[in-house]
Design a protein around this ligand. Structure first.
Ligand code: MGD
Ligand code: MGD
Ligand code: SF4
Ligand code: MO
Length: 853
């Protein structure tokens, strides 16, 4: 069927009575376009009814929003028949004892943000994947043909067998990620996810060990505190007298559902706010913060300057240091390491004759010595004070040094383990019961594991790859030091092709692969590069329980609100069915012990059993919850009332509980790092100092020779209007922003650039085209482009959408940090045009995509 035929059908449909048309149009169009159907798709009624239904015509279902977004808020679906007609959010009445308007300090509402409230537009979007699709054009071209589930799964299973037999147990790369990890059952992610369990059990899996968000920060938390649970719950912020937002913009990038609310409580009680960031953010505006613009990637140097001021003015808390810290100074070094470097002597310049004075730091970070001293004094003298060292400044070359340096400041001022202080770091707080399916010896089995964004390097250079180049995890099951021979990629809950570093290198590596499988509910940029697209039902179309994202102490029930759209299935259904196909009943049952073969058709009962058992055996027993599963399902939300605000390490400080490190102390001097002799045999690959130090990043404004070539430092924070790449295609949100590059007014003036001009931002790795936004809110020498735009290449390989990952570096920072914010680039006006998103092309794109080729 041609597009013309399709248009005729559409015209005819428009003449039908509106209700009948709506029943057949949204999915029907795809069905018609696909032509010659063998399986009758479920009729979907997507859009609004006429007349618009009154509230009492609608059924109300409490559920939650989803994805890797910084929080977990309530959504309330109002539906008629099988259609969600509108979405609302918490208004106080959905918790036990709740009523409309109830919103207390202990139990604030969990109200959705602008993205969550737009979710209906995503659910019913033009880019929604409804049927299995198989590639007919080149990778990246976006030409697919609809296939039956049988054909698609047979193809995938056949290829898996072939690749495993030919290339061994490392041939398939697991690139699942956190798109779906905040539910207890339908999970994606590298460790607990459904894909990892499936490929590991199958006996062919290279896993990806580093997380884009905070691998450097994670390293720092583990090395320093022995745990990533170094966070407070949000309400602790209300007790701070000083909050330093270091590379943190909670007005955009939530790290908890009600953080902003509690920070407002603090403000009302007179808390002072500081922002250390190359940009003046909306958070700074909201709290009237003192803005300290800093050159990107120089945070560890500025913090060293603060430490120098604090030590030399005797503002540190020596009692806290002596009791709880290892290696802060000579007196707190362990006996076995007496001759080794300690932190204070490094700061005072004993080892390199360079005292890390505020003046020394100022030359690197661009902040005046006076401001460094003033902030150091303010932080050391205000009690309690929260230095919230966020992740973005650690998403850099040697980013872990920034977080370790922050931990040193938090420790020397005694702001750890006290209400109103802060030891984050990673900031994971309250412990949730996270997994409802078997998490046993088969979970997270891998044959080799590499640093996630080095896959392209590994594929392009195989077999001439050194283990340290890819961060090879020691002791892989395929043999220690075996370089994985990657021939296929699986994406689940990840749009990593669009989101990892140095996309042009990925495009090259893609050409060498023999199998690319993408499970998603939406057509994504990664999907365009896949061989097989498997349509996944969203969290509105399956049964689960939602978990908070790092902070928050509640569970939200996620019932199946509507039937799965088109022929979509859950990831669990897909991998269970593949397991049966690959290994018959033994594999099928081992993978999903509660399911029979018919799980692919009817998952509801099995899913309910997993969830109920999780609630009854884990939540009710381990967390002493007395609400029954049935009652929970009725309420939709369970909130824990904590006996006191959750503050990390409070027991360590108040009761002397040891930290989970080898020494039982906060390790500013890391015993573990001090003892490695061959770094190439560690996953880090290269040396990491045993104490926090300023280490020059590969690219930054202080790298004189490189700056001559590309004079701007580009950072790429997370957008308010998207969760990474998710929601990029939502018209409502699109109306509120444009993907643009932010540039300082004086820089723009020199280059003749005005707001709205189309510019090219480029370096040796790639080129992107975006409109410019000229402002004083970004410091000179710095450019800002938000991550997550859906790549859209022109015929010369230039990205017209403005995805900064065409410019980022994939070099491995030793501790595993992704170096997203370590980028030098140039900017110039251009005649090329910017494409503000596929949404503008959505209709035509989905016709091309779905038509019968
Ligand atoms: N709306 C929204 N919220 C989200 C997400 C999302 O996609 N959208 N994603 C979630 C996820 S997965 C993550 S990992 C977190 C990320 O959370 P963060 O890492 O905290 O967030 P970013 O937005 O990357 O950056 C925060 C601030 O750091 C600044 N910054 C960048 N580089 C530097 C630097 O070198 N030094 C200093 N001092 N500041 C710097 C930026 O200008 C920005 O204002 O957010 C979560 N929350
Ligand atoms: N330049 C730059 N790039 C960055 C960053 C940066 O700061 N700068 N930040 C990085 C960070 S911190 C992160 S976390 C990554 C995020 O990178 P990704 O995790 O790749 O980003 P998302 O856009 O969240 O993609 C998740 C995908 O999962 C899909 N999905 C959601 N639910 C399900 C489900 O149930 N099943 C399946 N199969 N799929 C589902 C969504 O539709 C979406 O396509 O981006 C990184 N990229
Ligand atoms: S913060 Fe996240 S969970 Fe909350 S409404 Fe926004 S997108 Fe949804
Ligand atoms: Mo992230």
């Amino acid at each position: 069927m041609t597009i013309l035929d399709w248009k005729d059908k559409l015209k005819a449909a428009l003449l039908m009575d509106r209700r009948t048309f709506l029943k057949t149009s949204a999915l029907g169009s795809a069905a018609i376009a696909a032509g010659g159907l063998t399986v009758k798709p479920k009729e979907a009624q997507a859009f609004a009814y006429a007349p618009y239904p009154r509230d009492d015509d609608l059924t109300t279902v409490v559920t939650s929003c989803a994805h890797n977004c910084g929080s977990r808020h309530m959504l309330v679906a109002h539906k008629k028949g099988d259609v969600i007609v509108r979405l609302s959010t918490d208004d106080g009445r959905y918790q036990k004892g709740g009523e409309v308007g109830k919103d207390t300090f202990e139990e604030p509402q969990i109200r959705a943000c602008l993205r969550g409230r737009s979710y209906r537009a995503r659910l019913y979007s033009q880019e929604r994947l409804l049927y299995p699709m198989m590639r007919v054009g080149q990778r990246g071209e976006g030409k697919f043909k609809r296939a039956s589930w049988d054909t698609a799964l047979d193809f995938v299973a056949g290829k898996m067998e072939e690749l495993k037999a030919k290339y061994g147990p490392t041939a398939l790369l697991d690139q699942s990620y956190a798109g779906a990890s905040y539910g207890v059952l339908h999970k994606s992610d590298q460790i607990e996810g459904l894909l990892g369990r499936f490929l590991g059990m199958y006996g062919c899996r290279t896993s990806s060990w580093s997380v884009p968000s905070y691998e450097g920060t994670k390293f720092s938390s583990r090395i320093t505190f022995g745990t990533i649970e170094d966070g407070n719950e949000d309400d602790a912020f209300a007790h701070s007298k000083l909050i330093i937002m270091w590379g943190w913009n909670p007005a955009y990038t939530f790290h908890g559902g009600n953080t902003f609310y509690y920070m407002r409580m603090a403000k009302q009680k007179g808390c002072k706010f500081v922002l250390v960031d190359p940009q003046y953010t909306d958070s700074a505006a909201a709290y009237d913060a003192w803005w300290i613009p800093i050159r990107p990637n120089t945070d560890a140097a500025m913090m060293a300057g603060m430490a120098h001021y604090i030590f030399t003015n005797n503002l540190h808390n020596q009692e806290f240091i002596n009791k709880f810290v290892q290696g802060m100074d000579e007196g707190t070094m362990p006996d076995w390491a007496k001759g080794k470097e300690n932190f204070k002597d490094y700061i005072l310049g004993k080892y390199d004759n360079t005292p890390k004075t505020p003046e020394w730091a100022s030359a690197i970070c661009g902040v005046s010595p006076e401001d460094i001293k003033k902030l150091a004094a303010l932080y050391a003298n205000t009690k309690p004070a929260a230095l919230k060292a966020s992740w973005a400044p650690g998403r850099n070359a040697y980013g872990e040094q920034y977080n370790r340096m922050a931990a040193a400041l938090q420790a020397m001022t005694g702001n750890i383990g006290v209400l109103g202080g802060c030891s984050e770091g990673i900031g994971k707080a309250w412990h949730a019961e996270g997994v409802a399916y078997p998490y046993d010896e088969f979970a997270n089995v891998f044959y080799e594991s590499i640093k996630s964004d080095r896959w392209a390097h590994c594929v392009l250079n195989y077999p001439n790859v050194k283990r340290e180049e890819i961060g090879l995890w020691p002791g892989g099951q395929a043999g220690d030091g075996v370089i994985p021979n990657i021939r296929g990629i699986f994406w689940q809950g990840s749009d990593w092709f669009n989101q990892l570093t140095n996309i042009n290198k990925e495009i090259e590596a893609m050409k060498k692969l023999e199998l690319v499988v993408c499970n998603d509910s939406t057509i994504t940029p990664s999907g365009l590069y896949a061989d097989v697209l498997l349509p996944v039902s969203t969290h509105f179309e399956r049964h689960d329980v939602a978990l908070p994202w790092y902070k928050g102490h509640y569970y939200i029930h996620r019932p199946k609100v509507i039937e799965p759209m088109g022929e979509s299935k859950t990831d669990f259904q897909i991998y269970t069915e593949l397991a049966w196909r690959l290994g018959g009943e033994p594999f099928g049952r081992r993978y999903n012990p509660k399911a029979n073969r018919d799980y692919f058709q009817n998952p509801d009962e099995v899913d309910e059993t997993y969830l109920r058992e999780w609630w009854e055996h884990k939540v009710m027993v381990h967390q002493h919850v007395d609400m029954s599963w049935e009652e929970f399902k009725q309420h939709g939300v369970y909130k824990f009332i904590l006996p006191r605000p959750h503050v990390a390490f409070q027991d360590n400080v108040e009761k002397g509980t040891p930290w989970p490190t080898a020494s039982g102390k906060i390790e500013i001097f890391s015993g573990q790092l001090a003892q490695y002799d061959d770094w190439t045999k560690t996953a880090y690959g290269y040396e990491i100092p045993a104490i926090p130090k300023w280490v020059e990043p590969w690219e930054y404004l202080g790298a004189k020779d490189k700056v001559e070539r590309h004079p701007f430092h580009l950072i790429s924070p997370h957008p308010r209007w998207r969760t990474h790449s998710i929601f990029n295609n939502i018209g409502w949100l699109r109306e509120t922003y444009s993907q643009e590059v932010t540039i300082n007014a004086s820089d723009a003036k020199k280059l003749g650039i005005k707001t709205g001009d189309t510019v090219e931002v480029f370096n040796d790795r790639g080129r992107v085209v975006v409109p410019a936004y000229v402002t004083e809110r970004c410091m000179p020498g710095v450019l800002v482009i938000h991550e997550g735009a859906w790549l859209d290449l022109d015929e010369n390989g230039i990205d017209r959408a403005g995805n900064p990952d065409f410019l980022t570096l994939d070099n491995p920072s030793p501790a595993g940090a992704f170096a997203y914010n370590t980028v030098l680039a140039s900017i110039k006006k251009t005649d090329l045009s910017h494409k503000p998103g596929w949404d503008q092309l959505a209709t035509s794109r989905s016709h091309v995509f779905r038509r019968d080729l």
